[in-house]
Design a protein around this ligand. Sequence first.
Ligand code: NAP
Ligand code: FE
Length: 373
Amino acid sequence: MNNWNFFNPVDVAFGEGRFAEFADFASKFENKRILLVTGKSSMTKLGFTGKIKKFFSGNEIEVFNKVEPNPSLKTIDESAQFARLFHPDLIIGLGGGSAIDAAKFCAALNTNPGDAKDYFYDKKEFSKPATTLVAITTTSGTGSEVTPYGVYTDHEKNLKQGFSTPVFFAQKAIVDPSLTVSMSKDLTSSTGLDAFSHGIESLWSPKASKFSQLFSVEAIKLVYENLINTIHKPLNIELRTSMSHGQLLAGYSISLAGTNAMHAFSYPLTVKYNVPHGTACAITTVGFMNAVKKEKNKELQMITCAIGADNIDDAISKIEQFFHAAGVKKLSDYGVSEEDLDDLLDGTNVPKVKASFPNFNEVKIREVFENSL
Ligand code: NAP
Ligand code: FE
């Protein structure tokens, strides 16, 4: 708790207008090859892809725009093939966590041999640094622009899982809230809930320190105080700035202390029931908090304080109301029934839960799912 390390090499530009300033950074490039890794359509529709092309005029720029939400290993391999033919000097990940996570793996595979599965499953080490990576975030949830993590889906195995390597750190990140105003109500909600979950899980993680908890508590507070208003006033830049700030701090909190329970429960909900990532984390939060009330009393007191509740029970009830206001429903509303619980358990990364909660066995996990139905 009192001994900790902090390594975060990402050069972050935060605030409204920072994307426009990216033109200055780009102007230093000439006759280079730039690869933009992004999602299928919104970045083009919103004009961001066009702006980046303009910033880098005088260079050769190619776009890999096939990244789907919760990127698959197959897409990662495709992006790597694309990159290896193009030989980029710089890779830019533009979009939400999905595009940024895809760009991270693409940048690492561009300089290292093999395919995604070698590193994802076989724990092969990257022997060379990745291609220089810039992460430009357009959502306010994952904090991926400052984390060493990437989260990927293997559709053949119906499995979603994350992994961590310092090779995944971007060199530069742009967190400009004005890029997030176009998010729909649902996307604003699910991404904000992801950041909220990052704050909570990192706060009670065994890897937490007094230092990491500063990030966790502030992230929880910022998201709790601003998410619902942001959903209703999507164009309000002050609210968007608070959300971007909250998600960035939450990103630091997980890069220090990691995620655990709700993230582990969320993966089968996303892969099998298509529940957006942050919403999938929120669904089991209240059930899990009730289950660890004694064990995590001190941390729940900190959450109580962060959200201005009277006591732990009041905090849990306020968080339930907060989720309701953010549009989170019960598991059954997403098509999960009692008979599906074993299947959900099957898709849950139980070792990830046990690494932080050694006493939390399969029976208890099943109970959390059951209480969230
Ligand atoms: P996302 O999956 O990146 O994006 C969801 C959708 O939002 C996409 O369809 C995208 O459109 C659209 N979109 C993105 N920005 C937009 C904007 N400004 N306006 C309108 N639409 C926009 O969402 P995310 O929640 O940011 O990322 C989730 C992924 O990150 C999950 O796989 C999750 O597990 C992972 N994650 C990673 C970390 C980490 O540290 N690496 C941490 C937590 C979560 P297009 O498809 O057209 O681009
Ligand atoms: Fe997350």
